[in-house]
Design a protein around this ligand. Sequence first.
Ligand code: GLN
Length: 494
Amino acid sequence: MSDLTHLTIKNALEGLDKKEFSAVELTQAHINAMESTRELNAYITETPELALKQAAESDKRRAGGEAGLLEGIPLAVKDMFCTKDARTTAASHILENYQSPYESTVTEKLWQDGAVMIGKTNLDEFAMGASNMTSYFGNVINPWRSNAHDKDLVPGGSSGGSAACVSARSAMGALGTDTNGSIRQPASYTGTVGIKPTYGRCSRWGIVAFASSLDQAGVFARTVEDCALMLQSCSGHDPKDSTSANIEVPDWSNSFNNGVKGMKIGIPKEFRVDGMPDEIEKLWQQGADWLKDAGAEIVDVSMPHAKYAIPAYYIVAPAEASSNLARYDGVRYGLRVEGENLIDMYEKTRAEGFGDEVKRRIMIGTYVLSAGYYDAYYIKAQKIRRLIVEDFKKVFEECDALLTPTSPGVAFPIGERMDDPIKMYLEDIFTSPASLAGMPAMSVPGGLNGEGLPLGLQIMAKPWDEESVFRVGQEIEKAANFTALPNLLTKAAA
Ligand code: GLN
């Protein structure tokens, strides 16, 4: 494996600037890594030719003195973002051969800043899941392995392909989407950094819709600073998305190495759930100690409604999904299975086109929206959502950021929990509140557990205050000094 694949984005930009290597060489090294790690099934569509073409153009721009923010950096894109130059599947049979006529705003921004697209990554079908097991294109394998057994592990989900390829060094960074934790949980399971910004920071235009009031674009990279660089490029107001906020994007490069001295970090006691493994509890305490040693004040805070986040989410998200997915009718997009009449065609197309988890969500969604149940479920869930927003408002009067674990465990063996949807839904226990309230939240690797598997810590802050998330994240990153490599790479090097 070439050393170029181990560079951070920041170092690669410096190397490109100093002409130590070209964007074509950097891209080729990542294409080689993508090909040699195919066993992970991290990509649905590889785009090596496009990548080399973009890289050659990037080299020309740099030579002409026109380097953009991410000039020549090879990135992967979750297959939820519409791209003009490669199909967009959402990991579903129903969109298996869908070619979008337009480019999503977020990917467009990356290309405008000079980034190179290496491929489209695998995910849970329509981003519904926490294990990457529900993809029509097969599951993704985590490049990490337990030292206690020999089973293949999930990379987390739904952005499992993006997390796996950043961890396995076949992309320097990747785009993900996060509706209830789909960036943060896979980041935690693969030893990568993943952030979803404030709802409205990044445009949703051209992202396949799952649950519109919760869906967000975000990024994966191997350092906090690289995530900030990518997010800088992706963020900003977009008139094509009515929920995109017309708020100035600060220059986050200024917020680096400012430390956490004087910051107040809240530890929400309700996140200390029953049955939480000791190693997670210990890591959480370790994280708080690191921040305290760096000059922050640690305060206990309370979010009494956080425990209702999962039930509220699993009503609101399926409700929105059932409406959003009504568009897949065999007429306008993707798969069409002919029937005896129009209704028969709809039914056959949707029966064949959607997988089990997607069907389950559509059924739950139509149920909670139906007359008679609307008030009991949907309205109630919306009220809980409001109470969670109020909880956040209150705690942010007492502190600048919150620290919690990212997930209730480590990467688990492939296939586990598939027969128990509730257990799978509990994967989102720590990530759900920030999604329902639209807060910026990031997962940073905190260390390895006893089995040698990565564990992440989650940092949340006030709306539009990604800067605090980055500051705290960088301090954790410094203290944790997470340099371990996934087993796939140490095995290859041995
Ligand atoms: N696990 C959640 C779900 O299945 C998260 C999905 C997401 O964030 N895209 O809905």
